[in-house]
Ligand binder design. Sequence first.
Ligand SMILES: [Cu+2]
Length: 305
Amino acid sequence: MRRSFFGAAALLGSAGAALAQSAEELPPGQPHPWQIDLQEAVSPIQSQIHWFSNYTLWFIVPITILVAALLVYVIVRFAEHRNPTPSRTSHNTVIEVIWTVAPVLVLVCLAIPSFQLLTAQYNPPREPEMTVKATGYQWYWEYEYQPAALPEPGAETPPNVSFGSYPLGEDDREASGKVDRVLYPHLLAVDQELVVPVDTEIRLLSTSADVIHSFAMPSMGVKVDSIPGRINEYFFNPQREGIFYGQCSELCGQSHYNMPIAIRVVSKEQFQQWYTAAGTDLAGANAQLNASIETARGGVAVAAR
Ligand SMILES: [Cu+2]
């Protein structure tokens, strides 16, 4: 796993490494206690974001150290008692050229990979294989799947899969079988996750039905505003099966704190089965999906883990 601790290690030394180790035992795709680094990347874009974040630290840390050192030097060396008659110098061409050119070079070095990352975020490497629309409501999400292919002329239109995804109430844990607080964390778990297949280029359409929300999934590098009357497009490609968590990231009212986003990434076969069944019987499709995940794990029930 790629974990880098330039900034953190500089500040906290070995404590950072110890915290990273304990965090690794917890599942990815959710925040961990005392976490100081970005969430583990489960999509190519998030890996690129990690790289860029670490790359930027190579500039930030030396500049901060240099400026702090210069300040200390000036305070000590040019204190009144050491330097009673200050110099009246007002121009120094060499220094002026350096302090203009150096920041320009730093900015160029930051701008090029930054624009490359921005371009990559909006230009998936291949045509998206499926589309999901996420609509923000005060205070829950609604997901709608666009059928993979248009039906043949005359053929029956496949049923539309769409559902609301509400925060999981503490009282509903038993009934929904989501008692494991590690797998279904407090204030992040939902009653119905957005189910997507692994290793698939997914187009996300984000909009809102009332106020501005923002669909954010840190481990997949997703953060896209949901604006009423507009549709914002984004892409993600989950590389690992599991349940991953995010939250609405635009202050949207009294229950903004409890507007979680949960994405359940399953195998392509499991997704196909679930999707076919979900059009007519969502509860049955979910039961079937849980059963197949359970079988794949060798009989360890998701809920009982
Ligand atoms: Cu919101």
